[in-house]
Design a protein around this ligand. Structure first.
Ligand SMILES: *[C@@H]1O[C@H](CO)[C@@H](O)[C@H](O)[C@H]1NC(C)=O
Ligand SMILES: *[C@@H]1O[C@H](CO)[C@@H](O)[C@H](O)[C@H]1NC(C)=O
Ligand SMILES: *[C@@H]1O[C@H](CO)[C@@H](O)[C@H](O)[C@H]1NC(C)=O
Ligand SMILES: *[C@@H]1O[C@H](CO)[C@@H](O)[C@H](O)[C@H]1NC(C)=O
Length: 262
């Protein structure tokens, strides 16, 4: 799963470097957060508590609040996605250079993000009953590995538990996520099916959505930019919260998938 592997590496790099972003990168992230269109569909200010909450606090409550905000908001338009990608790849070019990024990749990255964004949004907005599936999965993982605080996450990723119980890795939520990804972007999961079937049973890859699972992503297109951008006073915390929060939660989920597919 090369895309997941790349994502894990980038998440780890982002997590480690979140404290030491260049000033042009920080201001690019700030301009994204203050842009009304981007703020309306990405709700970056919901992640500020990750940066302000203290390194020993679980990241799950702020992640859950962010998911509630993002899934209830209209999707980003392609124009907004393109502006966000351009601002970040321009402002953070030196920060991204370590991942092999060069500026001529920006159009390719923009197209990839535009293509994958609807699927990612569909997956992160899945619900099991009234609980968001990411929240449920992170809560289940937390019960096994201990508090998912910023201090603990790196230790956990460096020294992962040898097994995550299959009632977590083979849950209805993960099956529903697999079903969506296999339908929309088959290449991402094409080589995962045999491992998943041996771990979770043949029915895991039957292409059905388990009962009790629903999609909560709002379908409405962004009509106007009436919602407020992040309050200027908290902007200083914003880029750190944004990068740290997304990187940390991505890291947890991706390392769980690796455990599953190992
Ligand atoms: C991109 O950056 C420009 C210049 O700082 C800013 O005016 C604009 O709102 C930003 N747009 C997005 C979507 O981030
Ligand atoms: C986090 O917990 C560790 C170990 O219990 C403690 O030494 C440290 O001071 C705590 N840090 C914060 C920010 O509360
Ligand atoms: C957004 O861009 C992607 C890739 O460039 C394209 O496949 C998709 O149809 C576009 N979506 C809309 C709503 O225009
Ligand atoms: C998974 O199974 C274990 C052992 O039966 C149980 O203690 C735990 O609560 C279960 N976890 C979930 C998320 O169902």
């Amino acid at each position: 799963m090369p895309i997941l592997r790349a994502f894990a590496v980038i998440s780890l790099a982002a997590y480690v470097s979140a404290q030491s972003l260049s000033s042009t990168c920080t201001s690019a992230l700030t301009s994204v957060a203050l842009n009304p269109d981007a703020a309306a569909c990405l709700s970056p200010s919901s992640l500020i508590p990750i940066a302000t909450g203290g390194a020993n606090q679980s990241i799950i409550p702020p992640i859950n609040n962010w998911l509630t905000a993002v899934c209830g908001a209209p999707a980003c338009s392609n124009a907004t996605i393109a502006a966000v990608v351009t601002n970040i790849t321009t402002g953070c070019a030196t920060d991204l250079a370590a991942t092999g990024f060069t500026s001529d990749l920006t159009p390719t990255i923009t197209t990839l993000v535009e293509q994958y964004y609807p699927t990612v949004r569909q997956v992160v907005c899945l619900k099991d009953g009234s609980t968001n599936c990411i929240t449920e999965t992170l809560t289940n993982i937390e019960a096994v590995v201990g508090t998912l605080s910023l201090t603990n996450i790196l230790a956990i990723v460096a020294n992962p538990p040898s097994t995550i119980p299959t009632n977590i890795t083979c849950s209805n939520c993960i099956k529903a996520a697999y079903t969506i990804i296999a339908k929309n972007i088959p290449s991402v999961v094409s080589d995962a099916a045999p491992a998943l079937q041996s771990q979770c049973g043949a029915s895991f890859t039957d292409g059905t959505t388990p009962s009790g699972i629903s999609e909560s992503a709002t379908d409405a297109a962004l009509a106007s930019t009436s919602s407020k951008a992040a309050a200027a006073g908290s902007v200083a915390m914003l880029s750190q919260g944004l990068v740290t929060g997304l990187a940390a939660s991505g890291l947890v989920l991706v390392s769980t998938l690796f455990t599953l597919l190992a």
